[in-house]
Design a protein around this ligand. Structure first.
Ligand code: RET
Length: 286
């Protein structure tokens, strides 16, 4: 009898989860000031960053420098779209966590899956800008970007799998493996290229910023409601928003300021004059 009742309650709960509308999601977000502010703050900052970056790049004429500029500008452009999707309730959902998960049996858990999806578009732009700055070749650029996309898509899968707790972490592990490849290119391959290109100083600053901040994302995922649920939904959301502010806007600002002031160093056909004394045409056209 109790079993029948429990099954009925679970079935009703599941139906309710499935029946959550975008309007419910919108209200859920806006009933929680901390959560809503973590999203709106980024919309405001992305808007300001877009205007600032357009202004900063207005006089860039060299095609390669322009390419870096457009890639950099796309970071806040993707971001504003991403956060608009989240705050409107369009790209969020409510999931029932599988047995074994810290929040299993607690009903519908808020999932901002749009975040993970849109990283697929923003992070390749960050890497494209960095790779072009380093003057790397196409093979390394392709490697970094495809591995990065693999990381984002499997990270999305890790967040969305609800059939098996184990498989959530399997996807997390696969995503980390992709991430390692990105870290390798950033820490080992591109510094050598940047040295030969003569952009080592700014590249190394941005590399450290990127690697340190990007490491924060998988840690936050593991601590947040998707993983061990040590942190609550709004705190996790502010964590990502804070990382985003530094990894996107601060990163992009530093990069763009340097490119605007040193257009010649990244110019098409520029000859490398790095400290290593290496010379020759830029490698990305290899
Ligand atoms: C996930 C969870 C699975 C394991 C790993 C992750 C890494 C995510 C990273 C995201 C970076 C995002 C940025 C966004 C800017 O728009 C998906 C959290 C490794 C590194 C920089």
């Amino acid at each position: 009898m109790t079993d029948t009742l429990l099954n009925a309650v679970t079935a009703v709960q599941s139906d309710l989860v499935l029946q959550m509308t975008q309007n419910d999601a919108y209200e859920y977000i806006h009933d929680d000031t901390l959560l809503a502010s973590s999203l709106w703050a980024n919309i405001a900052l992305a808007g300001l960053a877009i205007l600032l970056f357009v202004y900063m790049g207005r006089n860039i004429e060299d095609p390669r420098a322009q390419l870096i500029w457009v890639a950099t500008l796309l970071v806040p452009l993707v971001s504003i779209s991403s956060y608009a999707g989240l705050v409107s309730g369009l790209t969020v959902g409510f999931l029932e966590m599988p047995a074994g998960h810290a929040l299993a049996g607690e009903g519908a858990i808020f999932s901002p899956w749009g975040r993970y999806l849109t990283w697929t578009f923003s992070t390749p732009m960050i890497l494209a800008a960095l790779g072009l700055l380093a003057g790397t070749n196409r093979a390394k650029l392709f490697t970094a970007i495809t591995m990065d996309i693999g990381m984002c898509i499997t990270g999305l899968a890790a967040a969305l799998v609800t059939g098996s707790h184990l498989l959530r972490w399997v996807f997390y592990g696969i995503s980390c493996a992709f991430f390692l490849a990105v870290i390798y290119v950033l820490l080992v391959e591109w510094p050598k290229d940047a040295e030969a290109t003569g952009t080592a100083e700014i590249f190394n600053t941005l590399k450290v910023l990127t690697v340190v901040l990007w490491l924060g994302y998988p840690i936050l995922w593991a601590l947040g409601s998707e993983g061990f649920a040590v942190l609550d939904v709004a705190i996790t959301s502010w964590g990502y928003s804070g990382l985003d502010i530094l990894a996107k806007y601060v990163f992009a600002f530093l990069l763009l300021r340097w490119v605007a002031a040193n257009e010649d160093s990244v110019a098409d056909g520029a000859v490398a004059t790095g400290a290593s004394g290496a010379s020759g045409p830029r490698a990305v056209d290899d």
